[in-house]
Design a binder for this molecule. Structure first.
Ligand code: HEC
Ligand code: HEC
Ligand code: HEC
Length: 278
């Protein structure tokens, strides 16, 4: 009997993936009014700080309820109520989603010292926090808080032109591959020219990090001594006509500079772009 059930399960589980091929995932964008509560529209990320306070207030309420400390419990409940209701003031589209009745229940329960009723209502409130989070938390964080590279311009030291990030990136990729192709095919001069340009473009790119990074350190991590050493070794390889040396250090450079910076910045930037409808 058990075996039959097991065999059946196996059939069902094997047929599932086929039925579920072509899954689509849809993401819900938050109401436009949320943007006002983030930089640069606001001086601070007011929304996020309200959320941090809500978490703290939920914790304090649970802790003082357990300690049966009525006075402090009331204090934190009042704060929780105020911040929770401010969600609807900030984003009117979300007003109807709020469960203000639960807050009233919690205060009544606190008044009458009914710890169980308080805990029940708080559990429901937590669910209401979660139901909004499931839908909007990730999207809002990416859209309003991921660094915005679409606004960053890179100035060319040679021509003084300002270029879009995506153009600069396309150029870097082209030059990197040109060094590789020309180097491999023994076109030494073409490879050297491309390498010169690559170094110039990287230096231009490096100047633009300060748009967001006030400290030199972040630039140095990616575009510092290690990157310079790799490219110096590439140059040596080209001069000596040593393919292996060129390839090895070009690869080292591509990982330490391009891939490492992409791991930090590119995915977030792409997600932000995807989620910004303009
Ligand atoms: C109507 C929607 C909504 C409701 C209700 C809501 N939140 Fe949020 N919350 C958000 C959004 C959107 C974010 C993402 C903000 C961001 O990352 O910039 C967020 C983020 C947070 C974060 C930050 C999470 C992190 O990544 O560290 C905390 C903590 C939080 N909420 C707590 C709460 C608590 C506690 C409640 C209920 C008492 C609550 N929220 C109710 C929309 C909501
Ligand atoms: C549009 C703003 C922006 C630009 C431009 C930018 N960064 Fe960042 N960078 C950030 C933010 C914000 C963080 C913090 C982590 C996060 O949220 O992604 C960060 C994190 C980093 C980190 C990891 C944290 C650290 O400092 O150790 C490195 C390394 C880094 N950036 C390097 C660079 C380099 C190199 C450039 C220029 C080529 C650059 N960034 C350009 C916004 C930016
Ligand atoms: C700030 C650190 C940083 C460094 C260093 C960096 N990139 Fe990028 N790259 C990005 C970001 C951010 C994007 C996404 C830009 C966007 O969203 O428009 C990107 C996108 C790209 C793209 C896609 C362009 C497009 O719009 O389709 C290519 C290709 C690329 N990078 C190549 C390179 C190569 C090659 C190097 C190394 C020589 C490099 N990148 C170094 C941050 C970096």
């Amino acid at each position: 009997m058990i075996r039959i059930v097991f065999a059946l399960l196996l059939v069902v589980s094997q047929s599932l993936p086929a039925a579920e091929e072509e899954k689509t995932l849809s993401l819900q964008l938050p109401p436009a009014s949320l943007e006002k509560w983030y930089r640069p529209a606001n001086e601070r990320d007011v929304w996020l700080h309200t959320m941090f306070r809500l978490r703290r207030e939920m914790q304090a309420v649970a802790e003082y309820a357990a300690l049966e400390d009525k006075v402090r419990l009331q204090k934190w409940l009042a704060r929780l109520q105020k911040d929770y209701l401010s969600i609807g003031d900030m984003v009117p589209e979300w007003k109807d989603e709020l469960e203000d009745g639960l807050l009233k229940k919690m205060r009544l329960a606190a008044d009458s010292g009914d710890a169980e009723a308080l805990a029940r209502a708080q559990k429901k409130l937590r669910k209401s926090c979660q139901s909004c989070h499931v839908e909007y938390k990730l999207v809002a964080a990416l859209r309003y808080r991921a660094p915005d590279f679409s606004a960053v311009k890179v100035e060319s030291e040679e021509t003084l032109d300002e270029e879009e990030y995506s153009r600069v990136m396309a150029r870097l990729s082209l030059l990197l591959n040109r060094v590789k192709i020309a180097g491999e095919d023994g076109r030494q001069q073409a490879a050297m020219d491309a390498l010169d340009q690559l170094e110039q473009r990287l230096s231009d790119l490096g100047e633009s990090c300060s748009t967001c990074h006030k400290k030199e350190r972040s630039r140095e991590i990616i575009l510092g001594q290690e990157a310079r050493t790799s490219l110096a070794q590439v140059r040596k390889g080209l001069e000596a006509g040593d393919d292996k040396q060129t390839g090895r250090y070009l690869g080292e450079f591509a990982v330490g500079v391009c891939a490492d910076c992409h791991a930090i910045h590119r995915l977030q930037s792409s997600m932000r772009r995807l989620l910004s409808d303009d």
